[in-house]
Design a protein around this ligand. Structure first.
Ligand SMILES: [Zn+2]
Length: 208
């Protein structure tokens, strides 16, 4: 056996045994948060980014997303609508998209609210164009949606998981968690963070 074959076998085994192929994503800020409310500053944003990264890298999240399948029109270029095609987007493809870039630097904008929330309705929580690094988030809408159950850094983290799916190229289709990638990711992230918060999971507590 030539040394090249032995070397190739070693590399293949090392990848398998040590998991060198496992990717992780660490979300971070590109400069200061551009905020129009004193409720959200760099410290809050950094906590949320760290919690969102914890979610996206967790086995629980990854095991959930890879089981799903989505219509092709979830894939968008820029702010245009997605095209219909027969092929489906498997959960593994979605996960690979999320893990594609190790340390994406996000430009974070915070507005006090988008459409003013009411007692009955929280409305949209933010906006992000697919294939961009910018995320705009609405403080009051996020807090309206999850503030009864979670501290803001956790709610913002759930929202960032949803928005980051837009950053990596997915857009809204039906707003239904069964068929809409961003909604599915937000839903998985929400239940995971809520479970971690309610059970005082040390991974989360360490970041709060
Ligand atoms: Zn969205």
């Amino acid at each position: 056996m030539s040394y090249k074959i032995i070397l190739a076998l070693f590399v293949v085994c090392a990848f398998g045994v040590f998991g060198f192929t496992d990717n992780t994503v660490t979300l971070s800020r590109n400069g200061n948060v551009d905020t129009q409310t004193d409720k959200v500053n760099n410290v809050v944003a950094d906590k949320a980014l760290a919690i969102a990264s914890l979610v996206l890298n967790s086995k629980e999240f990854q095991d959930s997303i890879i089981k799903l399948n989505f219509p092709y029109n979830n894939h968008c270029e820029g702010c245009k609508k997605g095209r219909n095609r027969k092929e489906m987007i498997g959960g593994q493809i979605v996960l690979d998209s999320i893990l594609r870039e190790g340390n994406p630097k996000l430009t974070l904008h915070i507005l006090p609210y988008g459409k003013k929330p009411t007692k009955r309705k929280c409305f949209g929580l933010g906006r992000t164009c697919p294939d961009s690094y910018a995320i705009t988030s609405y403080y009051e809408n996020i807090d309206c949606s999850m503030g009864n159950e979670l501290p803001f850094a956790c709610s913002y983290a759930v929202h960032l998981c949803h928005e980051y799916s837009h950053n990596v190229g997915y857009c809204h289709t039906t707003n239904n968690v069964q068929t809409d990638i961003a909604e599915a990711i937000g839903e998985i992230a929400y239940y995971l963070v809520k479970q971690w918060y309610d059970t005082k999971d040390q991974r989360l507590i360490d970041l709060l």
